[in-house]
Design a protein around this ligand. Structure first.
Ligand code: SF4
Length: 413
C-alpha cells in the first residue's frame, strides 16, 4: 500500500466538505477519497471544475484525514464543535463519491477509499456511496460495507448497453458488469440503488429496455436526470460519432430549447416532464421507488430526501431537512413558506469557508454566513440557486411572513 501523509506533495486536503448544493439537497456532506477521476466520463461536470482537472491527474486524500476529523468531532471539540463536527454528531449521512469515483483505478494503488470505509465502519456511519466501478464488490470492500451496516450503494448509468457506454464512459466498468455487481451486493444484504444519470435523449435506450435490467438485480430505487451538457468545447459531445452517426449534442440541445445555466446547457422542463412522469410510472410498476434528479422536479420523487431515496432505509433518518427542496415538497398543494422547515435541525457557525468567493455571505453583508443565514437569503432572492421559484410551477407572491420571508405558491392553484 502506498502511504501518503499530510506533508506529501499533491495531497488532497479537504476530503470531507459541504456541497455547494446544500440549500436544496438532503445529503450536503460530501466525501471524496480522490481529487480527479480517471473514469473521465465524456459528460462529467466535475471533469472541468472543482479540481477534477481533465481526469488526467488524480490526487489521493491523506488516508488518515477522515479518522482525524471523526476523532476531533466526536471526542475533542466538546464546547464549540465546528459545522462538520455538528453534522457528524447529528449523524447526517455522508455522500461518498460526489466529485470523483471512490473505486477508480487509483484505489488499487493508494487504498484511501479502504481507509475511509474503515472509519465509517467503526462508527456504523450512514453512508451513501456513488460509483461506476466494480471494485466495490471485491474484498476488503464487501466486508467493510457490511460492517458499516447503514450503507446504500448507488450505481450510475447513462445506458445499460455496453456499446453505448463505451462511447460515453470509455474508462469505467461496462454496464453489464455493473449490473452483475449490483446483484452480488444485494445477495450480500447491501442496499443498492440506481442513478440513471445522465439520461441522454436519443442516445440512452428507452425505459422499457433499461428498467427491467436494473430491476432484475434487486435494486430498490431509481434516480433519473436528463443530461446537463457542459459548455466546454473540448467536450467530446460537441462533435462525435454515436452509433455510426455524427452527432453534435450541443446543436441538438439548442434545437430542443436548452438554456445555459452557469457552465451547463439545461433542457426546458416542458420537454423533460413527460419523460420523467413516464419513467416514474414504469419504475413504480417494477416495485422500485422513483427519484426526480432534475432539480426543478425533485418534489415529484416518491420519498422525501431529494432524488436519492435513502430516507426509506433505517439509519438514514437524519438526512438534512433544513433546505428549500424539502420545504417545496412538504408544501405541495398549499402556500410554500420558510416556516415549514424553520424548526428542522441546522448546524450553527459559518459555512462561508466551504463556499466559493461569490457565495460567501460574510464578505457581502452583515451576516455570519451560517446555513440558516444562507437558506434565508436564498429563499428571498429569486436568482439564487434552489430558490423556491426555480421549482416547476412555483411562483413568488408579494406576501411576506411575519419574519420577512417571501411566500410562494403553485401556479396550478
Ligand atoms: S465516474 Fe463520476 S466523477 Fe468520475 S468521471 Fe464519471 S461522472 Fe465524473
Amino acid at each position: 500500500m502506498t502511504s501518503l501523509t499530510p506533508t506529501s506533495p499533491n495531497i488532497y486536503t479537504r476530503p470531507l466538505t459541504i456541497t455547494s448544493q446544500f440549500s436544496f439537497c438532503g445529503l450536503p456532506l460530501r466525501l471524496d477519497s480522490y481529487a480527479g477521476c480517471a473514469f473521465r466520463c465524456t459528460y462529467c461536470f466535475a471533469r472541468y471544475r472543482g479540481g477534477n482537472n481533465g481526469g488526467d491527474f488524480v490526487r489521493p486524500a491523506d488516508s488518515q484525514s477522515l479518522k482525524r476529523v471523526f476523532d476531533r468531532a466526536l471526542h475533542s471539540e466538546p464546547e464549540k464543535p465546528g459545522v462538520i463536527a455538528q453534522f457528524l454528531r447529528r449523524r447526517v449521512p455522508v455522500h461518498f463519491g460526489g466529485m470523483s469515483d471512490p473505486f477508480q483505478p487509483a484505489e488499487a494503488r493508494y487504498h484511501v477509499t479502504e481507509s475511509f470505509l474503515r472509519v465509517l465502519a467503526a462508527h456504523h456511519y450512514p453512508t451513501v456511496i456513488s460509483t461506476r466501478g466494480n471494485m466495490v464488490a471485491s474484498q476488503p470492500y464487501l466486508d467493510l460495507l457490511r460492517e458499516i451496516g447503514n450503507v446504500v450503494v448507488q450505481f450510475s448509468f447513462s445506458s445499460t448497453r455496453d456499446q453505448t457506454a463505451r462511447l460515453l464512459e470509455p474508462f469505467s466498468t461496462p454496464p453489464s458488469e455493473l449490473l452483475r455487481v449490483m446483484g452480488v451486493l444485494v445477495r450480500h444484504g447491501i442496499r443498492v440503488t440506481c442513478r440513471w444519470q445522465p439520461y441522454i435523449p436519443g442516445v440512452s435506450e428507452r425505459a422499457s429496455e433499461f428498467l427491467p435490467r436494473v430491476a432484475s438485480t434487486g435494486c430498490s430505487h431509481v434516480g433519473f436526470e436528463h443530461l446537463k451538457l457542459p459548455v466546454e468545447r473540448q467536450n467530446p459531445l460537441w462533435d462525435s460519432l454515436i452509433h455510426g452517426v455524427r452527432r453534435n449534442l450541443h446543436n441538438e440541445y439548442k434545437q430542443l430549447g436548452a438554456k445555459r445555466d452557469g457552465r451547463e446547457y439545461v433542457l426546458p422542463v416542458e420537454y423533460k416532464l413527460p419523460r420523467v412522469l413516464e419513467v416514474a410510472s414504469q419504475v413504480r410498476k417494477r416495485d422500485m421507488t422513483f427519484g426526480a434528479a432534475d432539480n426543478e422536479l425533485q418534489f415529484i420523487s416518491d420519498t422525501d430526501c431529494c432524488c436519492s431515496g435513502v430516507d426509506q432505509f433505517p439509519g438514514f433518518e437524519n438526512w438534512f431537512k433544513h433546505q428549500i427542496a424539502y420545504a417545496v415538497r412538504k408544501c405541495r398543494g398549499r402556500a410554500i413558506t420558510y416556516d415549514s422547515i424553520s424548526r428542522e435541525w441546522c448546524p450553527s457557525g459559518s459555512i462561508d469557508r466551504f463556499l466559493n468567493g461569490d457565495s460567501r455571505l460574510s464578505a457581502r453583508c452583515e451576516s455570519s454566513g451560517t446555513v440558516r443565514d444562507h437558506i434565508r437569503q436564498r429563499w428571498n432572492n429569486p436568482e439564487s440557486p434552489g430558490n423556491p421559484a426555480s421549482f416547476y410551477s412555483v411562483r413568488p407572491t408579494d406576501k411576506l411572513t411575519s419574519t420577512g420571508q417571501r411566500i410562494y405558491c403553485w401556479n396550478l392553484e
